[in-house]
Write a protein of this length. Structure first.
Length: 293
């Protein structure tokens, strides 16, 4: 059964128009979900909006949007005023330009969607757009209104279809300098850099999503199963304590060379016992031999 489309419209490049449907590519709906429950009764509890001053519940029809201009002072926006600010949608993904696939920094990527033809009669036009993008190794920058907001979308060839990724606006992406300004300027070279390159070279691989497990999700599933079966709760595995070592030793061990053995100092030389003036002793013994003869 085909998934339900999140949005339907047209992908338009110049005078070429193709009816398309947008499907969620990444979702958290399969994760284990919890509800807040009253411990005493076992009944589910619900959130309720209350007035911050009076503490009284506020009914839905009395709830409006407010923009805080000063502490405790709000500009009230009525629902019809907010609705009027939503841009009109013509249900068209209008392509503005084509750019190299790797030109946009990933930090601007927001959410991916699958883009597929919504009409069997659109298969040829869809295939033409997809293969054109693939042959030129480019992506299409398009704009449209999605879910009540004007969005910029990056469209790329992906398998038999297209990937449409919504992009963050410039004001939504914080400058990298805010996070990186305090990083010390350290130059890495020599054996340390060579070891790092060696480790990277020996650990080259490919990304296979199925090889990575959500350990937290698996632990929650085991916990729920144990509770249902009335078994003892699974014991949490504690990671072994990390050995404290210096960076160079850690690099050498990671590279498989083992820690560099400490340089052995030569043992201190033993003092040679001094002989008692051999020549003087010889002279002293000579007259004694003569006398005995």
């Amino acid at each position: 059964m085909a998934p339900r489309a999140n949005w339907k419209g047209f992908l338009k490049i110049g005078e070429v128009s193709c009816p398309v449907a947008l499907y969620t590519a990444a979702s958290s709906s399969e994760r284990i979900a919890f509800h807040t429950v009253n411990r005493a009764t076992g009944h589910r509890v619900h959130r309720q909006f209350v007035d911050s001053e009076t503490g009284k519940p506020v009914e839905r029809e009395d709830q409006v949007k407010g923009y805080e201009v000063a502490r405790g002072d709000y500009v009230i926006l009525e629902p019809d005023e907010v609705a009027a600010a939503v841009p009109e949608s013509d249900k068209t993904l209008s392509v503005l330009a084509f750019i190299p696939c790797g030109e946009i920094d990933d930090v601007y990527f927001d959410k991916p969607y699958y883009l597929a033809p919504s009409d069997r009669h659109a298969d040829e036009a869809f295939a033409l757009i997809r293969e054109g993008l693939r042959a030129k190794k480019v992506a299409a920058l398009a704009q449209t209104v999605l879910f009540r907001r004007a969005r910029t979308v990056l469209v790329r060839a992906h398998g038999a279809g297209l990937i449409a990724t919504t992009l963050n606006f410039d004001y939504e992406v914080r400058p990298a300098a805010q996070a990186f300004d305090d990083i010390a300027d350290i130059k890495i070279e020599g054996e340390m850099l060579a070891l790092a390159k060696h480790i990277i070279e020996t650990k080259k691989g490919t990304f296979k999503p199925e090889d990575f497990d959500d350990r937290y999700e698996a632990a929650l599933a085991d916990l729920v199963k144990a509770k249902l079966e009335g078994k003892a709760l699974p014991a949490a595995k504690r990671p072994p304590p990390r050995k404290t070592t210096d960076l160079m030793a850690a690099l050498r061990e990671s590279a498989g060379f083992g820690a560099k053995p400490p340089v052995k100092k030569p043992p201190p030389s033993k003092a040679v016992p001094s002989r008692a003036k051999p020549r003087a002793a010889a002279k002293a013994s000579t007259p004694a031999r003569r006398k005995a003869g």
